[in-house]
Design a protein around this ligand. Structure first.
Ligand code: AHM
Ligand code: MG
Length: 334
């Protein structure tokens, strides 16, 4: 079968044997995320109809409360994973604490925990700009058969078993890795099927796009300011092009295809940066490395950072390898 005709469902099954642990559990987990993605996609696509079908806080024609889309997406992903009894624990950017599943019965046999940012960049929804879902999967480290603990979630990023995102863009795509490269699937909305459209995705080693919120420039560390000036300098293949959607998944996706760097550094306003290590940076870093790119906090590899709390933030620099290394060089020499 040609790659172009292959569906995500077929691809997941075909690659099942490539997983390190082949009990079929990860396959079921990825299938559940695929299902939840389609449900959320359906709702996100209706966002522009808010004046017609009602906004968050309204009661719709069926007498149901209209929810904010990020709250809705959070519930869809959590409920899908819970009801299908796929994982032993979930942590979400939208929840204060992690969720332990089936702590009351003997169903602790599940081995995986999922960490999720259900709708990243949700401030873009009202203006019809792309948003995304980011997910990250680990094998639990506490014994199977007992309730999960915080330690199962605070693992270093290099321990991830799978990670991916869904970008609800001009097309909806699901892009993921299980540690053997990165593959992208595009949803055919007419029949609700994801097709393999971007096999073996890879960051060009060099790029000419830089993505950061330059409104924060005066608050950036000196090394980042110097790197941005470097990007803007007329020399060789520079100046680079500035492109910032303000939606991590979309900025990352574009940079992976075209070559580029994404930066959310710390600033004098935001001592640790803005992005969350567990829900945003680690999964994107795993994807970046699997796609020949690089992810750093400016000084060290993101995937080597030992998390200390669920909602921890870190500075994030990610994208084409040579560009990230150049930014690190400016940080070191500042
Ligand atoms: P969120 O999790 O509250 O949606 O914030 C994450 C988003 C990223 O998608 C995006 O890259 C960044 O925040 C934009 O932040 P800013 O508006 O400060 O540039
Ligand atoms: Mg987010």
């Amino acid at each position: 079968m040609s790659g172009q005709n292959k569906t995500l469902g077929e691809f997941i099954i075909e690659n099942q044997t490539a997983f390190k642990y082949t009990t079929g559990e990860l396959t079921r987990l990825l299938n559940s995320l695929r299902l939840a993605a389609k449900v959320v996609n359906h709702e996100v696509n209706k966002a522009g109809l808010v004046d017609i079908i009602g906004a968050a806080g309204d009661v719709n024609i069926q007498g149901e409360d209209q929810q904010k889309l990020d709250v809705y997406a959070n519930e869809v992903f959590i409920q899908t994973l819970k009801k299908r009894n796929i994982v032993c624990g979930i942590a979400s950017e939208e929840e204060d604490d992690f969720i332990s599943i089936n702590s009351q019965d003997s169903n602790h046999q599940n081995k995986y925990v999922v960490l999720i940012d259900p709708l990243d960049g949700s401030s873009n929804i009202d203006v019809n700009v792309s948003v995304g879902t980011i997910f990250s999967v680990y094998r639990r480290i506490t014994p199977v058969g007992s309730p999960v603990t915080i330690e199962d979630f605070l693992q270093e990023g290099h321990q991830q078993v799978a990670a991916g995102y869904i970008v609800y863009g001009t097309s909806t795509m699901l892009v993921y890795t299980t540690g053997a490269g990165v593959n992208g699937f595009t949803l055919n909305p007419a029949i609700g099927t994801f097709y393999l459209s971007h096999p073996d995705m890879s960051f060009p080693e060099d790029g000419q796009i830089y993505s950061c919120n330059e409104g924060n420039y005066i608050h950036f560390p000196q090394g980042i300011k110097d790197y941005i000036k470097y990007c803007q300098k007329e020399e060789g293949d520079r100046p680079y092009t500035s492109r910032y959607i303000g939606s991590l998944v979309s900025d990352f996706h574009r940079n992976m295809i075209k070559g580029g760097i994404y930066l959310y550094p710390k600033s004098s306003k935001n001592e640790k940066g803005k992005l969350r290590l567990l829900y945003e940076c680690n999964p994107m870093a795993f994807l970046a490395e699997q796609a020949n790119g690089k992810a750093s906090d400016g000084f060290q590899r993101i995937l080597d950072i030992k998390p200390t709390e669920l909602h921890e933030r870190v500075p994030f620099i990610c994208g084409s390898k040579n560009m990230v290394e150049k930014a690190e060089e400016f940080e070191r020499n500042a």
